[in-house]
Design a protein. Structure first.
Ligand code: GDP
Ligand code: MG
Length: 444
């Protein structure tokens, strides 16, 4: 997997300050392979890796995660942006004087008819608009009946079939019916071909001319490989496309076509088809698709873990506090709980610069493990707010109360206070001296 490959590339990098060009290039070789395996088109892979490279080079190594994880996070974030960003999915634009036409375009078998029905159902149910479905597919036998049947299933109006009419004339009839019968939206399902030809493009172009569609959606199969780019380009050249729909996202494909088509057209991906059923249409989600392109399961959870750990803003705030020598027991407790999410002190020790095997062994011998972290947290939780903010007021009687409250000995409380003092000192020094030590580890 990409994770394993990157692990190898980055093993030697641990503990260095920034991601160098050489390191990033080594990682990008692996990422290029992963993207190609996900069926992202070659020129898109090139463009994407170029962007990722620009982002990654010079990036501070965040020591809370391994460099491999960090690069995966950078790649993941870059993919999310390339796919259109994390914000609200771009919906359909249906405002204006009705009837609003939605034109469905795409190759044969891409899922136009199914998606037409799904969209009709969605718009009718969620936006409470009156929708008319019309089949303009004069080519495939029974294509019109297919949409008629679907319309019946989802309880959406269907433009009656008139034999031997040209697609353009059906389109005109559909818009007229829409006007006369008070429909808000008319969805026009067109014929496709197995490959793009001039006749098909001319027909689609004519249909667009007579219906003036508000939305022209290119429907494409997510399993499309390298030809996704060519398909998107040819359609985009001839039709005023407004968005993309990727079908069969429920299949085995990694969905690289999404990235390719988005890259070539610059158009938003609006929906994902996720089953054959009329409700199998999801709003587009860039994060989900990026995770899919990078590979299933392992990488996504890894990225999530990394994202969770790398709360940079928090870390930066903390580092600033430390630099000023303001590091109270509440801050220490927060560090403890962060350490636990990062795999305990043992994991962190291995990442700290200048932490050698002997020191790690000493830490282990001193019982600096998760159990210890939990105990330390308990001690701090037994303190009052004031005590946590000003540890110097902790005299014998208070210590006794705290020890009793957290089920430890007074000596343990003393140890914690001493440790806190040492850490605060060390952090002050580290923060002054640049990116070393714990403060550096936390992104300062
Ligand atoms: P068209 O030729 O572009 O109109 O394609 P159709 O809508 O007729 O779809 C072709 C086949 O793909 C049909 O068997 C659909 O049920 C199936 N299909 C369409 N969208 C999806 C999807 O999102 N997931 C799955 N699994 N099948 C789909
Ligand atoms: Mg069809």
């Amino acid at each position: 997997t990409l994770t394993e490959r990157l692990g190898g590339v980055f093993d030697k990098l641990t503990g260095r300050g920034v991601l160098s060009e050489k390191d990033v290039d080594a990682a990008l070789r692996e990422i290029r392979v992963a993207l190609l395996e996900a069926d992202v088109a070659l020129d898109v892979v090139k463009a994407a890796t170029k962007q990722i490279r620009e982002r990654a080079v010079g990036e501070d190594v965040i020591r809370a995660v391994s460099p491999g994880q960090q690069v995966i996070k950078i790649v993941h974030d870059a993919l999310v942006d390339l796919l259109g960003g994390e914000g609200e999915p771009v919906g359909l634009s249906l405002e204006g004087e009705p009837p609003i036409a939605i034109l469905m375009a795409g190759l044969q078998g891409s899922g136009k008819t199914t998606t037409s029905a799904k969209l009709a159902k969605r718009i009718q149910e969620t936006q409470k608009k009156k929708v008319l479905l019309a089949s303009l597919d004069t080519r495939r036998p029974a294509a019109m009946e297919q949409l008629q049947q679907l319309a019946g299933q989802i309880d959406v109006a269907f433009l009656p079939i008139v034999p031997n009419q040209r697609a353009v004339d059906i389109a005109k009839r559909a818009m007229n019916a829409g006007r006369l019968q008070g429909f808000d939206v008319v969805i026009l399902d067109t014929a496709g071909r197995t490959s793009i030809d001039e006749e098909m493009m001319a027909e689609a172009h004519d249909i667009a001319r007579v219906t003036n569609p508000r939305e022209t959606l290119l429907v494409a199969d997510a399993l499309t490989g390298q030809d996704a780019v060519e398909t998107a380009r040819r359609f985009h050249d001839r039709l005023p496309l407004t968005g993309l729909v990727l079908t069969r996202m429920d299949g085995d494909g990694r969905g690289g076509a999404a990235l390719s088509m988005r890259h070539v057209t610059g158009l938003p991906i609006k929906f994902l088809g996720v089953s054959e059923k009329p409700d199998g249409l999801d709003a587009f989600d860039a994060k989900r698709v990026a995770g899919r392109i990078l590979g299933r399961g392992d990488i996504i959870s890894l990225v999530e873990k990394a994202a969770q750990n790398v709360d940079e803003e928090k870390a930066a705030r903390m580092a600033k506090k430390m630099a000023k020598g303001k590091f109270d027991l509440d801050d220490l407790r927060e560090q403890f709980s962060q350490l636990k999410t990062m795999g305990g002190l043992g994991g962190i020790m291995g990442m700290l610069p200048g932490m050698n095997k002997k020191m790690q062994a000493q830490a282990a011998a001193a019982g600096m493990d998760d159990k210890m972290l939990t105990r330390q947290e308990a001690i701090i939780l037994s303190m009052t707010k004031q005590e946590r903010a000003k540890p110097e007021i902790l005299k014998a009687s208070r210590k006794k109360r705290i020890a009793a409250g957290s089920g430890v000995q007074v000596a343990d409380v003393n140890k914690l206070i001493k440790m806190h003092r040492q850490m605060a000192d060390m952090m002050k020094k580290a923060a002054k001296g640049g990116r070393g030590g714990l403060a550096g580890m936390m992104g300062g």
